[in-house]
Design a protein around this ligand. Structure first.
Ligand SMILES: [Zn+2]
Length: 80
């Protein structure tokens, strides 16, 4: 599988969407993992980046939840 990648290049697919701008990618042949760093470039998914991404993902989820709640409140105000 590694040989395939050496010959034809990796074939990365999104394995996890962390935020709108950050995703994790995995090569479907050799399982090499990449992620988007803070500069928007791709970088190998090291344990350090995994940790950063899990924090980012938590913050992102929390923000989404708050946005949804605010939306509900707005809808409620409009309809009452
Ligand atoms: Zn590969």
């Amino acid at each position: 599988m590694q040989l395939y990648c050496n010959l034809f290049g990796h074939k990365f697919e999104v394995s996890k969407k962390v935020t709108y701008h950050v995703s994790e990618y995995k090569c479907c042949h050799c399982k090499k993992e990449l992620t988007t760093n803070s500069n928007g470039n791709l970088t190998p998914l090291t344990p350090k980046y995994k940790e950063i991404n899990s924090i980012l993902s938590r913050v992102h989820a929390k923000r989404q939840e708050r946005l949804r709640r605010e939306e509900l409140v707005t809808t409620y105000k409009l309809s009452s």
